[in-house]
Design a binder for this molecule. Structure first.
Ligand code: FMN
Length: 209
């Protein structure tokens, strides 16, 4: 990929798995960390967002950005909302795409499409680009139980260097609220991306007794 290690750009895809609050919180944290975020939202992700968070997104990238700007508590000048078939977006080409991409939440459908290089929409294409350019791809997969097919797709991608992070928050930080559970997952994602975070105390440091 053409960009440098200090490049603070990332692609974030929301797919239609349960876990919209993870995606929203991650977006907030990435923007707060001064990352330029290319945001891709599937049709099913919109349904999940409305169902789980009561946030009904309008159609069209500009209107979506305006709706998110109202909703988020962080500066949004570095937020770029992309259309599902915006093939001219930087994320669609290895010559311009960010090196890092997270699919959060990641549905079993998106997992399968990425594992098989479908590239049928911009999110699948962006993931395919990160794979072929040997960038960092993280999938926050959410389904239960997993079928053999899901597990095979995860294994296949893991063997290609993809980080599979099931949306499976721990309880050892004694969460009191849903936000605590969400922050647990988001903190682990940020850790893997190498982005400083203070959402959750680290194991062995600042543990509550
Ligand atoms: C409210 C809601 C929750 C869903 N939860 C999940 C889920 O947790 N995991 C999953 O794999 N699919 C889930 N689905 C089904 C996916 O949205 C569906 O398979 C969709 O085609 C995925 O497409 P996408 O990956 O392009 O977003 C859910 C759908 C809805 C409406």
């Amino acid at each position: 990929m053409a960009n440098s290690d200090t490049d603070k750009r990332i692609t974030l895809a929301w797919s239609g798995a349960s876990g919209a609050p993870y995606g929203l919180r991650l977006l907030e944290c990435l923007l707060a960390a001064d990352y330029e975020v290319y945001l891709l939202i599937s049709s099913a992700a919109r349904v999940v967002l409305a169902t789980e968070h009561g946030l009904k997104l309008p159609s069209g990238p500009d209107a979506v950005k305006a709706a998110l700007v109202e909703h988020l508590n962080v500066p949004t000048d570095k937020l770029v909302v992309c259309g599902k078939e915006d093939w001219f977006s930087p994320v669609a080409s290895g010559s311009a795409a960010p090196k890092k991409m997270v699919v959060c939440p990641c549905s079993a459908g998106s997992l399968a499409a990425i594992a098989h290089g479908m590239s049928d929409n911009l999110a699948e294409r962006a993931a395919d680009v990160v794979l072929k350019e040997r960038g960092q791809l993280l999938l926050v997969v959410r389904e239960t139980p997993f079928s053999t097919l899901h597990l095979e797709n995860m294994l296949k991608l893991s063997q290609m260097g993809v980080t599979i992070m099931p949306a499976a928050p721990g309880f050892y930080h004694q969460p009191k609220t849903i936000e605590d559970l969400v922050d647990f997952m988001v903190a682990r994602i940020l850790d893997h991306l190498g982005i400083e975070q203070v959402l959750v105390p680290r194991w062995g440091y600042d543990q509550r007794s």
